[in-house]
Design a protein around this ligand. Structure first.
Ligand SMILES: [Zn+2]
Length: 447
């Protein structure tokens, strides 16, 4: 319940007069009751509240409750409304748990795990037809976002982080999902990317003062975290290995400190070695992409609570282009071929050095709904299947600072869970074919 649309939606719901009148009647009645009568009334009310609770029991053939720990066979997840109440061994029933009524979901032939989390998606991204005028673009982006949000959730991704968007549609999408009006994953949104620019557009800045202002603008719009373009984009010549950082250090520090003044984290898009290391020295919380990480980057990333979001899936796209583009200059081809080898190798090296990876695919640049392909990449560079799953659950929740609610199926956390028919600890590709999705205790994709 953070932003504009939520206010509109809750205002609409709040205008339910009959409920308000009913509540007033109960209050008046209670005023005239004796203390004993009052107590009886409260007990009755409490019973009604209990009855109103929605209980669900999920029978899990195999349950990976906490990624990183061994899964257990034949478990029951007991869900009260939108959260996990407890997990019991064996297949429980409403009678065995002494619940008045509970819906039972049979996933006895499946592998059940927490909903997956992608820390780098652009749900409203993608190119628009030329016929769409600038002033209409944001409306079309919202439509694109609605489709992509649904696709992402149905692929088993119950939470995403959206580092950078154009316009306002990303906030409307996030609010619509929060309000339960649209189908999609839980969203953590950065607003507009902070970038070097003198055009005065939202997100652009060129000095300590203007960078502070650009961050404050995103906070005011409703950003959950801040994204900064610490280097050029991957495809640009200025993102080559030895290219300097595009910001000055005091400007990047201004971005980080302003975000921190509102307890917000900063995600830095960074490809070049100098750009990565300057961003980390300035205090950012995560490096997105990290094409040209070096030893110094690993050291800086090992400092407390920092994350690497590798987006290796983009390598699939670059490879396709390498095979396709005929008029590519030899220099560009050499540079791209080298980064195709070096980026995965350096991510693997960082992981071996102890750097914490949070899964991020860059869906929007690569197709939405194929997000689990990113986990196939992690296994391909040497992570175990379990380690890959940890990047998309436990580590992602920590990156968001939401580990009290998300990332595992422990008591009290949101009932965000998925089921697959094959064991993803034997073959990570099982996660590309999700059979069942539940978000906040509500079934999105039934078995
Ligand atoms: Zn991106």
């Amino acid at each position: 319940m953070r932003r504009l649309l939520n206010k509109l939606v809750s205002a609409k719901r709040g205008s339910d007069d009959s409920r308000a009148v009913g509540l007033l009647a109960v209050v008046l009645l209670m005023l005239f009751l004796s203390p004993a009568g009052l107590r009886a009334q409260s007990d009755e009310e409490a019973a009604q509240t209990r009855e109103a609770d929605r209980w669900t029991i999920v029978h899990a053939g195999t349950l990976l409750r906490v990624p990183g720990k061994e899964p257990l066979e034949r478990q029951s997840l007991v869900i009260q409304n939108d959260r996990i109440d407890r997990v019991v061994a064996g297949y429980a029933t409403s009678e065995s748990l002494e619940l008045d009524a509970a819906k039972v979901i049979d996933l006895e032939d499946d592998f059940v795990l927490p909903g997956l989390m992608d820390m780098h998606v652009h749900l409203t991204g993608g190119s628009l037809p030329d016929s769409v005028p600038d002033e209409a673009a944001d409306v079309y982006r919202l439509t694109i976002g609605i489709v992509n949000a649904r696709k992402t959730l149905r692929a088993g991704y119950t939470t995403v982080r959206n580092p950078g968007a154009t316009g306002w549609s990303i906030f409307a999408l996030s609010d619509g999902i929060d309000a339960g009006e649209l189908e999609g994953p839980r969203m953590f949104v950065a607003g507009h990317t902070i970038r070097i620019g003198t055009d005065g557009g939202s997100g652009s800045c060129y000095s300590v003062e203007s960078c502070r202002a650009a961050v404050r603008r995103q906070i005011q719009m409703g950003a959950d975290f801040i994204k900064v373009y610490a280097t050029c984009s991957g495809g640009q010549p200025c993102s080559h290995e030895k290219a300097p950082a595009v910001f000055l250090k005091d400007e990047l520090e201004a971005v980080v400190q302003t975000a921190q003044s509102r307890e917000m984290k900063v995600a830095a898009h960074a490809h070049t070695t100098a750009g990565i290391n300057l961003a980390l020295e300035a205090g950012v919380d995560s490096i997105e992409h990290g094409s040209w990480l070096d030893e110094r980057s690993y050291e800086l990333l090992l400092q407390s609570n920092r994350f690497l979001v590798p987006t290796l899936m983009v390598r699939d796209l670059v490879q396709r282009n390498l095979d396709k583009i005929e008029d590519m200059t030899p220099e560009r081809r050499t540079r791209l071929e080298r980064s195709q080898k070096e980026h995965p190798r350096r991510v693997a090296e960082a992981f071996k050095a102890g750097v914490v990876i949070a899964s991020g695919s860059d869906a929007g640049v690569v197709p939405h709904g194929d997000n689990a392909r990113e986990l196939e990449w992690y296994v391909a560079i040497g992570l175990t299947e379990m380690e890959a799953i940890v990047t998309a659950t436990v580590n992602a929740a920590k990156l968001l600072g939401e580990e009290q609610d998300l990332g595992t199926l422990e008591d009290g956390k949101y009932a965000d869970l998925i089921a697959v028919s094959e064991n993803p600890l034997e073959d990570i590709s099982a996660l590309t074919d999700v059979d069942f999705v539940m978000k906040g205790g509500a079934v999105v994709v039934p078995r």
